[in-house]
Design a protein around this ligand. Structure first.
Ligand code: A3P
Length: 287
């Protein structure tokens, strides 16, 4: 095994070609998701883990609240935009339009979404930064296997033996499913020009926000604002991490340069070239 044993951490559970957290995911729930009853006005946030999911959840709530930051008070973020695979009963209690989050690859997602029956925002991030973010997340999260070191984690990631399985499969499945109900948003674009991303989201969602409201959305979804807000920073959540607030680690583009050796970077680039052929991906790797 590539993982330390005896550290008290659970190991990942294989499920139909992906991996999920043991004791947290229920197989019966996962099996049902393909047939989940999608409503036409649902909006899904879909991403591979560590791509900026929590950031997008907060952005969506602020956009629907027309920038009024009071929408972030009182209720924790993860209660308002629940994960389908983790909090199905919460999803069923949401008022419409429901904002539903999922990390599922295309092939395991609700069939209705594959057919374009509801809007989907797919958040993508350059995979080298995902690897670094996930590596630190696994070290911090009590429900994840503890990685031995960065090299072995990189191998496991390329093998797809990580939470939610292969990144390559995830991006391929969702990129190939281009339809008008799907909006692709890059983490790097959110970092470079968030107002532009918010405007694209508004157009896609049919929302009209003033420039002042857009400014407010941007302000209240910043890394610092989210890190300091008890309703978005996990300080009020049960103890899921060795340090809950460390979830907000760096929030930067290009931190992979501080972790990858030249050899590791060249190896990953070669795998990336081969496995993303024809997908038309154009990530920003550094800013
Ligand atoms: P880092 O570990 O690189 O800092 P997810 O929500 O999909 O799990 O993604 C987590 C990543 O998004 C972490 O990346 C986290 O710091 C970053 N993140 C969360 N909120 C952010 C924000 N408001 N602005 C920029 N990055 C943010």
């Amino acid at each position: 095994s590539n993982f330390n044993v005896g550290d008290g951490r659970p190991s990942l559970l294989p499920f139909r070609g992906i991996y999920v957290m043991q004791g947290i995911f229920k197989e019966e729930t996962l099996m049902e998701l393909e047939h989940f009853d999608v409503l036409h006005d649902d909006v899904f946030i879909i991403s591979y883990p560590k791509s900026g999911t929590n950031w997008m959840q907060v952005l969506m709530r602020l956009v629907y609240a027309e920038g009024d930051h009071k929408c972030l008070e009182g209720v924790a973020s993860w209660e308002k935009t629940p994960w389908l695979e983790l909090q199905k009963s919460k999803v069923l209690q949401l008022s419409r339009p429901r904002i539903i989050t999922s990390h599922f690859p295309h092939r395991l997602a609700p069939h209705a979404l594959q057919e374009g029956s509801a809007k989907v925002i797919y958040v993508a991030r350059n995979p080298k930064d995902i690897i670094v973010s996930l590596y630190h997340f696994c070290k911090n999260a009590l429900f994840m296997e503890m990685p031995k070191d960065f090299q072995s984690f990189l191998e496991v990631f390329i093998d797809g033996k990580v939470l939610m399985g292969s990144w390559f499969e995830h991006i391929q499945g969702w990129m190939e499913c281009k339809h008008p109900q799907l909006l692709y948003v890059m983490y790097e674009d959110m970092t470079k020009d968030l107002p532009a991303v918010v405007r694209r989201m508004c157009t896609f969602l049919g929302k009209t926000l003033t420039e002042v409201q857009i400014e407010s959305v941007v302000k209240h979804s910043s890394f610092t604002a989210m890190k300091n807000n008890p309703m978005t920073n996990f300080s009020k959540a049960e103890k899921l991490f060795e340090d809950n607030i460390k979830f907000f680690r760096k929030g930067k583009v290009g931190d992979w340069k501080n972790h990858f050796t030249v050899a590791q970077s060249e190896w990953f680039d070669a795998v990336y070239q081969e496995r993303t052929v024809g997908l038309g991906l154009d990530f920003t790797w550094d800013l």
